[in-house]
Design a protein around this ligand. Structure first.
Ligand code: PEP
Ligand code: MN
Length: 366
């Protein structure tokens, strides 16, 4: 009897290999269909076709497996083939975290953003307003260990009659302050025609939420090798945000940093809703560093510490915050910027004064 079992098992071994060979052959054909569908812009999932195949299989089934079992086995095969086709589609995307793609680390001078580097802090006023305001803020944040200074010279304002920024004069001031205090300058570019001017003054180009799908701007910025912070659009899906990053990468710029800055929801207690799952998902789906702008997301000073902790807990590679010597008289976002004393407390309460100098895993254990 034992010998009989041995002999039957040898038959099963051969059949297993035959099934595997057939499955692999089937998968290759499915891949060819998938490629053709992708070329035609068609979906890989075709429920009518699945139904047709299942009916033919069930009709040909002579047992001993019953109909539900056969159906479930084949559905499993269909599912696996479709996964293969979807995975192939993703391979062409430069943002995609294919199995062997390591975390991108963007270097800004000697600051490393991404992977296991300690989370960065980008601080500075909403808008660059005057020489005094710019120099005072730059000096202060630099004295606290911050290396990246933010401040808008070209401001995307809802109201066309409100302060629009100092323009090139603001860029010049930002550069001067950063050089004086050993900072790197982060500022928003709105018009692709300004690229030459920005390159002269700026260390990191920011693409604002309102311009996330300005494709001409994305292409122009993608043509440079300057580090870029790409804000998520006000109502952009994660896919649209990642596709915007794809524009930058496909134009040749590998130094892309994503930034979640809150999205529009029905909530009124906050200016926007910080989408923490988007931060985690962007890190899962792409290899790019991801920041959290805790200012424009909540729009409230009393949320800055909590949102910072939340952002870092879901894996953010850094935080952006707005600091102003006297927020009450700020020419933009005066309700959400914080003064120097509050910034001090923020650093204390978030533990950021420590995070600025040591490795991420030493702070979080991951
Ligand atoms: C900013 O960071 O200055 C800004 C305008 O932010 P957002 O584009 O996210 O609104
Ligand atoms: Mn602002």
């Amino acid at each position: 009897m034992k010998e009989k079992i041995q002999s039957l098992r040898r038959q099963i071994d051969v059949l297993n290999i035959n099934i595997l060979e057939l499955l692999s052959e089937r998968a290759e054909v499915a891949e060819r269909i998938g490629e053709a569908q992708t070329t035609l812009g068609l979906s890989h999932y075709d429920p009518a076709r699945e139904q047709e195949m299942l009916e033919a299989i069930v009709a040909a089934n002579k047992g001993p497996f019953d109909e539900p079992t056969v159906k479930s086995l084949f559905k499993q095969i269909f599912q696996a083939s479709m996964q293969l086709e979807d995975d192939h589609d993703k391979e062409k995307y430069l943002t995609s975290r294919t199995l062997d793609h390591e975390d991108t680390v963007v270097r800004v001078g000697d600051v490393h953003i991404g992977s296991n580097h300690s989370p960065v802090l980008i601080a500075g006023p909403c808008a660059l307003e005057s020489r005094e305001q710019v120099l005072l803020t730059a000096e202060y944040v630099a004295s606290k260990g911050v290396s990246l200074f933010r401040g808008g010279a070209f401001k995307p304002r809802t109201d066309p009659y409100s302060f629009q920024g100092l323009g090139e004069g603001g860029l010049r001031l930002g550069r001067e302050a950063c050089d004086q205090y050993g900072l790197k300058f982060v500022t928003e570019i709105m018009d692709p025609r300004d690229i030459g001017m920005f390159i002269e003054y700026v260390d990191v180009l920011q693409i604002g939420a309102r311009n996330m799908q300005n494709f001409m701007l994305l292409k122009a910025v993608g043509n440079t090798d300057k580090p870029v912070i790409l804000k998520r659009g006000l109502s952009a899906t994660i896919e649209e945000w990642v596709m915007a990053a794809e524009y930058l990468l496909s134009a040749g710029n590998p130094n892309i940093i994503l930034c979640e800055r809150g999205i529009r929801t029905f909530e009124k207690y906050t200016r926007n809703t910080l989408d923490v799952s988007a931060v985690a998902l962007a890190k899962l789906e792409t290899h790019l560093p991801v920041l959290v702008d805790v200012v424009h997301s909540g729009g409230r000073r009393d949320l800055l510490v909590a949102l910072t902790k939340a952002g870092l807990a879901v894996g953010a590679d850094g935080i952006m915050i707005e600091v102003h010597p006297n927020p009450a008289v700020a020419l933009s976002d005066n309700k959400q910027q914080i003064d120097f004393d509050t910034f001090d407390r923020y650093l204390e309460e978030t533990g950021y004064h420590k995070k600025l100098s040591i490795k991420r895993h030493e702070v979080y254990g991951f």
